[in-house]
Design a binder for this molecule. Structure first.
Ligand SMILES: Nc1ncnc2c1ncn2[C@@H]1O[C@H](COP(=O)(O)OP(=O)(O)OP(=O)(O)O)[C@@H](O)[C@H]1O
Length: 437
């Protein structure tokens, strides 16, 4: 209650739910008590999956992974942590997180994390300045695999014909690089304009028209039109068809198969028809691993030229890890990893495993382990019989409990609220089941 007697709780609740920052709060036991709309958007959960999200609570054991739990343990705030990662939908997300302990009457009662989504800002402000000092042309693109060579071949033809192009590929596969290369190959005009479609800003398209007013022969790259809200897709369609922009060359990109995007109403059919005079599908890098090592070599050569470093390559162990990893964020993820690693280099000629960031090493170690999210029901995943599901969930949970207590059965059993004998019996049963399958 405030001084004028209005109950503020409903207002606080509304503000938390609809705030433009992602909010995730946990209580003293680590249970999620607040998880707002923006956080769902950032982490890429669909409504159906969220209904199941409470299930994840019972698997919440990765204490060292979570800043929230770290803050809960230390009682100290962790501020200004920038993170780039690929969320559940494979979208690249960059956030700046502040995590605070929450006290009531001097007692710690939980922790709260506030995530600011700076993905678009990063893309607009930071990235274009970051990598290449010269215009991007086809020769800047690593294309050793047969599939990337085909991509470049088609892109070169598209540039000659100057027909609208639709680039299809996961985040980080280099769609923007290809769009820019098509631009330079198709025209001598230096106006390459990227329309970042990640936001819900209603003025996005009007602003672009203002920016391009009176400028002849520009190329507009509409990046990820599938992320554009429906009314803005309609507005974009109207604009590309308008006579006033007839001199503009349009290229667009989408993150998945456009036929599925149309079926799930994420992409307007007419917009697809406009852009798809030529479609170019870029394979994820896990299907063309021949490109990984040449990309690393190219990155390191640029690093030597730019910073005068002496780094030559990777140790065989790191090369093996790079080739084994699936790279959900594609070469962009590899590039960010190399940015991290090379910032630590002094006189090393080879990048060895001890220079790799902890988050990458733990992902490699966990590669074969089951994740909490494997237990969620996804629309694209076949259901399994309940008994099998429960068995898998039990095995996962008990193993995590044991890991958590460094293999100490007595402590794990106590934490699980069961006798030592009961835990041993269940573990034997799991082993037997695993041996049979
Ligand atoms: N084949 C490649 N050759 C060279 N660099 C690449 C290649 N693929 C990706 N990259 C690197 O990855 C980064 C991301 O590429 P880009 O922004 O073009 O990806 P994208 O497919 O447009 O991603 P998103 O859909 O997330 O916007 C670039 O900065 C580039 O340095």
């Amino acid at each position: 209650m405030n001084t004028i007697g209005t109950d503020l709780l409903p207002f606080y609740k509304f503000a938390a739910e609809y705030a433009a920052v992602g909010i995730h709060a946990i209580d003293i036991k680590g249970k999620t008590i607040l998880y707002n709309q923006k956080m769902k958007e950032i982490e890429g959960f669909d409504y159906e999956e969220l209904v199941d999200r409470s299930l994840l609570e019972m698997f919440r054991f990765e204490h060292h992974e979570s800043t929230l739990l770290q803050v809960l343990q230390s009682g100290k705030a962790v501020l200004n942590v920038k993170q780039t990662y690929w969320n559940r939908k494979g979208q690249e997300i960059t956030t700046i997180n502040d995590t605070y302990p929450v006290f009531s009457d001097g007692n710690l009662i939980g922790a709260i994390e506030m995530s600011q989504d700076v993905t678009t800002l990063e893309k607009v402000v930071y990235q274009p300045l970051k990598k290449y000092e010269e215009p991007i042309t086809f020769s800047s693109i690593t294309a050793i695999s047969a599939s990337m060579k085909r991509v470049i071949g088609t892109a070169e033809k598209a540039a000659t014909m100057k027909l609208p192009v639709l680039l299809i590929g996961e985040s980080g596969t280099g769609k923007e690089l290809i769009a820019e290369s098509i631009h330079w190959a198709s025209s001598s005009n230096d106006l390459f304009y990227t329309l970042y479609c990640h936001g819900t800003d209603g003025d996005l398209i009007n602003r672009m028209q203002e920016d391009l007013a009176g400028k002849q022969g520009a190329t507009v790259f509409c990046e990820r039109i599938d992320l554009l809200p429906w009314p803005l897709q309609a507005r974009l369609l109207e604009m590309v068809k308008e006579g006033s922009m007839s001199d503009t060359y349009f290229i667009a990109s989408v993150g998945e198969d456009p036929v599925e995007l149309i079926a799930s109403k994420k992409l307007m059919k007419e917009l697809y028809y406009f852009f798809s005079a030529i479609t170019i599908q870029i394979e994820p890098v896990r299907n063309r691993k021949e490109d990984i090592m040449p990309f690393v070599a190219d990155y390191l050569s640029r690093h030597r030229m730019r910073f005068g470093s002496v780094v030559e390559g990777l140790t065989p162990e790191v090369a093996e890890l790079f080739l084994a990893y699936d790279w959900p964020g594609n070469l962009k993820e590899l590039e960010l990893l190399l940015d991290d690693v090379t910032s630590l280099l002094t006189t090393e000629a080879l990048i060895s495993a001890d220079l790799l960031p902890q988050h990458f090493k733990s992902k490699m170690l966990d590669k074969d382990a089951q994740n909490p999210e494997d237990f969620l029901v996804h629309s694209g995943k076949d259901l399994i019989p309940l008994d099998d599901y429960l068995q898998e969930a039990e095995a996962y949970y008990l193993k995590k409990a044991l890991d958590h207590h460094s293999g100490n059965i007595t402590k794990a059993a106590a934490a699980l609220g069961m006798s030592r004998q009961n835990l041993q019996y269940r573990l034997r049963k799991i082993k037997k089941n695993e041996a049979q399958t």
